[in-house]
Design a protein around this ligand. Structure first.
Ligand SMILES: CC(C)(COP(=O)(O)O)[C@@H](O)C(=O)NCCC(=O)O
Ligand SMILES: [Mn+2]
Length: 930
């Protein structure tokens, strides 16, 4: 349970330090504290910089607005190069995913490419998005109002899609062929679109492929699938794949030192030159100078094949992975001759060699009177792994030095996300370069060739994709996705659930969709002192850490970010283990209630219960996986974690778990809106502005994602809680920039009010939050001649209101308010939503418009690097941004700087410990605990 009390702060500027000290941000520290509500209002604007910095701003001038971003955030008109001429919708065009006939599209559009290596077949394939936008009237209106043309945006649903990464053991070629065949990938795919699926097999169909197997197995592909293999040069493919990944995926590269993984953001405009080291059976070192510009400058025959070949002979291991697995329990000091062995346990410090440095790999074997059987296979494996990894690291560095290259990227399936291998290579590069050069690894390390082969098809359509148009997701259970193969491909959700249930029946833990990349390193002894010992390293071939890449051509960088390159959407650092633990607990504790809501939202049927179960299992597996290895899915932020939960719900077809709750709260709030508007209208301007902001803060309390808020729901009706909350909102708030806001809005001595031209209101929750908090504020802005754009989620997330739902809500509200009605009409919101207006008057073109746009996401948070094109278009003329709620204003964007005025408002409640709750029952009239 939580109580309500204002904890006011009036501050204009950078208060992050202060907030941390007061435990607003670090939720983990105040779990057992007294209940404190945190209402915060933060204003930033161009004119307010001085005032802001003169307060307690540690970073001083840092708050100065950066100049408008001039870097090349542009979009290209060339999406997947489909031949759309004479395209026609087949059947009913109002249908959700109408079949589109592309009569002039040749069949060889790239859907699939392969890299068939000696031990693994890597497969990259493309499937299309479903587009559900055609039945959304709001979208059409908004496009007209904001002048968004279809010119360079997608006009056919097939232009978005997903890129999948799958691998098979080459020895199981048949499984791979079955997979391709079952998904019809060789014919254009049947997964998520119907175009072309009925077409007869094309005699001339070709698949792009690289790797030796492209030659070796060409006949089998022709025989089994009726397709020809178009062979692509391996080096070309590797380079094209690496260039694509490094340019298009935000945190593709990472360093790995002493068990610690750190993602590196590469500036796509400053990528070249670099050294690409591909470690397959042998090793190639390629100097890359640009797109298609590269030279193989060196290589070594001591590579993955050497490790596996020698390892097999020496240990009798049956597979590469088994050999790697062994190494983690090894101690190479039993075999390797260390400097200390030669110098009587001493360092050879004169030349900088410590006693633990390997002087000679396998060197001890010469002096020992031991036979092979006398050595532990574990030790042999580790010694071999170190020998080869150091050697590769050293030769790579020498080549980098030769050509003056600072960056070295390592790829190829030898690495396999294996922590120890990466650490060893990193160490060698660090050691020999004396810290001048840095080894980096790639998350899609094994797929460079396959991706390159995919891109070798003229019609791949990936050329101009930019970082902000790609979203990586991690669906559960696709046993082929990104990793280890567990069985036949899953046809549908039902099969996926059964697959998951089987794991439970067997008592096997589901290890999440993307297999393990171990956190620590392992092994004893070493070139230098080992960084950690014998932990439970999983070194199976599945340590790939890749999800499904969603290509969303309509996503754009929010144009009002002051400095998009410096923008970091995460306020909280989840690499701090205690933070991660806190959030893990919050999300785990919330899970049963969420499942109940989700199942109820689907009618509580047996099917819904089964899906609810599967969702809980899946999400728990994700959480467990991330607790074990926070970087398993790439750089982890709180926004990702909260979105993962929503995506996981959608994966199990829970499209709106809070549907009925939202509806109930909307109705209750709409019922009291007229009274509230009358109350506001009776006030003078100053009192009204304050009451409006208090109302925004108070109404933001209705947050089903927070336990403290949910506890509150037992304490009264929505309206009672809202009123109680507002009554407790006396200033100053925890962060309180109200005066600055008021000055801008209403002017002050000698200063005239300067109404904004257009305000973007990022709304949060349904019910009181949007209806009693944000709508009245919107109305006030409209009254002052400011255009208002309500920015809402594209997809549901908790009880957040969506852009689809807003027009009806606005229409209902407009029945009681002329200002809203006229503005909504002017904004095209009331197309056919309302008939019973107050005076029945028709469109008043002189009114400033009220519009609704979707934000492009389905999460309680928002990453402003990837927003909808609607929002980007609406932002062009905006000079005020209002971000509301913890998800958008605190967890993300607390530190965001904008080119225009910005106001951030949220309220945060904290739970009382259970005991205190029982001792201090609170009813709305009671005093706050504070
Ligand atoms: C999920 C949320 C970010 C949603 O908050 P909102 O954006 O609606 O204000 C928030 O409810 C949250 O941070 N919840 C977990 C912590 C808690 O229980 O307070
Ligand atoms: Mn919310």
């Amino acid at each position: 349970m939580a109580s309500l009390s204002g904890d006011p702060v009036l501050e204009f500027g950078d208060n992050i330090e202060d907030l941390h000290n007061n435990n607003i941000i670090n939720g983990n520290t105040n779990n057992n504290k007294e209940v404190i509500d945190k209402a915060s209002l933060l204003v930033r604007g161009e004119e307010n910089i001085t005032a802001a910095t003169s307060n307690n701003n540690k970073e001083g001038g840092e708050r100065d607005m950066a100049p408008p971003a001039t870097n090349s955030i542009h979009r290209s008109g060339s999406r997947p190069q489909l031949d759309l001429s004479k395209a026609a919708i087949q059947g009913n065009s109002e249908e959700r995913d109408p079949t589109i006939l592309l009569p002039n599209q040749s069949d060889d559009i790239s859907h699939l490419a392969l890299d068939i290596g000696g031990s693994l077949i890597k497969l990259v394939y493309f499937s299309r998005h479903e587009d559900r936008s055609s039945d959304d009237k709001r979208k059409k209106t908004v496009k007209e109002r904001l002048g968004i043309s279809n010119g360079n945006r997608r006009s056919y649903p097939i232009l978005g899609g997903r890129l999948h990464f799958v691998k098979f053991e080459t020895s199981k070629l048949n499984e791979c062929l079955d997979f391709i065949s079952s998904k019809q990938l060789h014919r254009g795919g049947i997964d998520s679109h119907r175009w072309n699926s009925e077409a007869p097999a094309n005699e001339n169909a070709v698949i792009k492929a690289t790797g030796g197997g492209a030659f070796k197995f060409a006949d089998i592909f022709k025989e089994r699938l009726g397709v020809s293999i178009d062979k692509e040069d391996e080096m070309d493919c590797l380079v094209a794949g690496a260039n694509f990944l490094l340019k298009a995926i935000r945190h593709e590269a990472f360093t790995h030192m002493e068990g610690h993984k750190e993602f590196v953001q590469i500036d796509p405009n400053d990528l070249f030159p670099y050294l690409l080291v591909n470690i397959g059976s042998g090793v190639s070192m390629i100097k890359v100078d640009g797109e298609g510009k590269f030279q193989r400058v060196s290589g070594t025959n001591v590579g993955g094949g050497t490790y596996w070949g020698l390892g097999r002979l020496l240990t009798k291991c049956k597979s590469f992975d088994e050999l790697l697995e062994l190494s983690q329990r090894g101690d190479n000091r039993t075999i390797d001759m260390l400097v200390g062995d030669i110098y009587g346990g001493m360092d050879y410090s004169k030349i900088g060699l410590s006693a633990s440095t390997i002087a000679s790999s396998f060197g001890k074997a010469i002096s020992d009177k031991k036979e092979l059987e006398d050595y532990r296979p574990e030790d042999i494996s580790l010694s071999l792994l170190r020998m080869i990894s150091y050697n590769i690291g050293q030769i790579s560095y020498l080549n980098a030095l030769r050509f003056g290259l600072k960056r070295i990227f390592f790829g190829g399936f030898f690495i396999r996300g294996h922590a120890y291998t990466m650490d060893t290579i990193s160490f060698a590069v660090q050691f020999w370069s004396q810290g001048e050069a840095q080894a980096m690894f790639l998350r899609h390390e094994g797929f460079l060739g396959a991706l390159g082969a995919f891109m070798s098809n003229e019609k791949h359509g990936l050329d101009d994709l930019m970082v902000h148009q790609l979203v990586e997701r991690f669906p559960m259970g696709a046993p082929y996705t990104g990793g280890k193969i567990h069985g036949p491909p899953l046809g549908d959700l039902n099969e996926k659930i059964s697959w998951m249930e089987k794991f439970v029946l067997k008592g096997t833990e589901i290890t999440a969709p993307v297999p393990m990349a171990p956190p620590g390193t392992t092994g004893l002894g070493g070139f230098e002192v080992p960084s950690s010992k014998g932990c439970t390293l999983r070194s199976d071939a599945s340590a790939l850490n890749v999800g499904v890449l969603h290509l969303v051509p309509t996503l754009e960088v929010f144009p009002l970010l002051a400095d998009p390159k410096m923008y970091e959407p995460n306020t909280i650092d989840l690499s701090d283990h205690s933070e991660l633990e806190y959030w893990f607990t919050v999300l785990s504790e919330h899970l049963p209630d969420l499942v109940d809501k989700a199942v109820a939202s689907e009618g509580g049927t047996d099917d819904a219960k089964r899906r609810g179960d599967a969702f809980a299992r899946a999400f728990s597996a994700h959480l467990a996986r991330l607790m074990e290895e926070p970087a398993a899915y790439g750089k982890l932020g709180l926004a990702n974690l909260l979105e993962l939960r929503e995506e996981c719900l959608r994966e199990f077809q829970f499209h709106d778990a809070y549907r009925s709750i939202k509806q109930r709260e909307n109705e209750a709030s709409l019922a009291v809106l007229p009274d509230l508007l009358m109350e506001l209208d009776r006030m003078d301007e100053e009192a009204r502005l304050l009451t409006l902001i208090e109302g925004v803060l108070a109404a933001n309390i209705f947050d089903w994602g927070s336990r403290a808020c949910v506890d509150l729901y037992h304490k009264g009706t929505i309206i009672e809680i809202y009123r109680m909350s507002r009554d407790k909102m006396q200033r100053p708030w925890r962060v309180d920039d109200f005066d600055l806001f008021k000055e801008r809005m209403s002017g002050s001595k000698g200063k005239k009010p300067r109404p904004h031209k257009r305000a973007l209101l990022f709304v949060d929750n349904s019910g009181a939050d949007v209806i009693l908090g944000m709508l009245p504020l919107a109305r006030e802005l409209l009254r002052r001649g400011t255009e208002v754009v309500l920015v809402a989620n594209s997809l549901p997330a908790l009880n957040d209101v969506t852009a689809m739902e807003l027009p009806d809500i606005v229409a209902e509200a407009a029945k009681h308010c002329d200002i809203l009605r006229r503005a909504a009409e002017a904004g095209g919101l009331l197309v056919d939503a309302m008939n019973n207006t107050l005076d029945g008057s028709k469109e008043n073109s002189s009114s400033v418009p009220l519009m609704v746009v979707e934000n492009g996401c389905g999460s309680p948070c928002i990453d402003l690097r990837q927003v909808s094109s609607e929002l980007a278009a609406a932002a062009k003329d905006a000079d005020l941004i209002i971000l509301e709620g913890m998800g958008r204003a605190l967890h993300t964007n607390f530190n965001a700087r904008f080119k225009c005025d910005a106001l951030k408002a949220w309220i945060q409640l904290h739970s009382l410990p259970l005991q205190a709750q029982q001792q201090k029952p609170l009813c709305p009239s009671e005093e706050a605990v504070e």
